[in-house]
Design a protein around this ligand. Sequence first.
Ligand SMILES: Cc1cc2nc3c(=O)[nH]c(=O)nc-3n(C[C@H](O)[C@H](O)[C@H](O)COP(=O)(O)OP(=O)(O)OC[C@H]3O[C@@H](n4cnc5c(N)ncnc54)[C@H](O)[C@@H]3O)c2cc1C
Length: 390
Amino acid sequence: MMSDTEFTALRTEIAEWVAGPGEEWSQRIESSGAVPQELVDELRGHGWMSLAAPEELGGRGVGFERFLELMEYFSRLHASIRMLVHVNNGIWRALVDYVDDQQREQILIPTVKGDKRIAFTLTEADSGTGADIRTTLRREGDVYYMNGEKHLITFGMTCDYWLLTARLEGTTGHDGTVALLVPNTGLPGVELIDDSQTMGIAGTDHAIMHFHDVPVPVSARVGQEGQGLAVALGGFLLPSRISVAMSCVGLAERAQQLAVEYAQQRVTFGKPLAKRQAIQFLLARNHASILAARSLVLEAGRGYQAGRPDAGALSSAAKMTAVDMLAEVTDNALQVFGGRGYFKRETIERVYRDARAQRFEEGTNEIQSLIVARSVLDGTARYADDVPVA
Ligand SMILES: Cc1cc2nc3c(=O)[nH]c(=O)nc-3n(C[C@H](O)[C@H](O)[C@H](O)COP(=O)(O)OP(=O)(O)OC[C@H]3O[C@@H](n4cnc5c(N)ncnc54)[C@H](O)[C@@H]3O)c2cc1C
């Protein structure tokens, strides 16, 4: 386990990289529209792709709450850098309890090291995300034949494996769902369409996939038949949602930093913007909103780590709050810049667009609201560990 001193040194190292080389990489990614392999190698070389995983998997064993503090820094950067660190430090959670020895050695451990990349492959164009998925598997002996489609899949083009959730033909709901680690190696029947032209997160690839009787060996299955959604959503989604919520906090901090700097330097009618009460109020409101969301996100992190019974609702509440805060803060920050903020030469323009994606990642606010409402109404929601809602 990492000592307090080691963690403080690690956080300082990351903070310095974020303020210096990380920001230079951010500008380079945005202007070129590509994430160079050199950057991925640099992140891996620093050991930042392996922060959160336990040491027995080759990770650095940074506890979840502490990992959130590191995500706060990475998220101030270009969204593609944040995405690399977030996904690689989280995907192992979906697999760790389900992989067999071979999958662990050949796929999971190299992924934790950052040598291989796995794309989380769940969302479909014609079904709801979760128990509604329609991609099917027909089993013939030791082979599944897969039919269906997926879309919006981050790293879907460039990854080594898709952690893909499908269902056995003829099943519905959670029953018959199956998780597979499918190699992205040109399997027959796979049509892969590059769908990387997005509003923000420039340089990160996304894929649409069509499957026509794709043969996948049964040995690619993770866990048992019927456990597909447990693998995809069980141990992974809850902490991942909190990590996205912390990403909202980090990006909002960056927006606020840009707005403060600009307000101090831009002079109108003989005074810097920072001397105008209207602008001060925007900055004050931003600050208070960031602090409030940050506290809740850290509480959700602690709740998850301590196994609080309402950890699911708490993580959804944190994500809802952080996402709304980010929308408000980035909008206020852009307002401080005036018309100039709408132009690509200003970093706030990129931050504003990158922020919008976080309203979708790991579930929308509408879906988070359903989770929170259920917990409030069934009596499991808490204000604190020992303070029930009703
Ligand atoms: C940049 C980006 C990267 C992504 N990366 C991945 C990835 O790597 N892997 C992956 O599997 N997915 C990925 N996604 C997909 C993402 O998880 C989904 O977009 C998100 O969960 C919303 O699902 P949907 O797009 O199918 O929206 P829909 O389900 O079509 O919903 C549309 C709207 O209706 C609302 N809605 C839907 N159902 C309900 C309901 N029951 N009650 C009330 N409101 C409802 C939603 O909140 C939303 O506002 C990514 C998305 C984005 C934008």
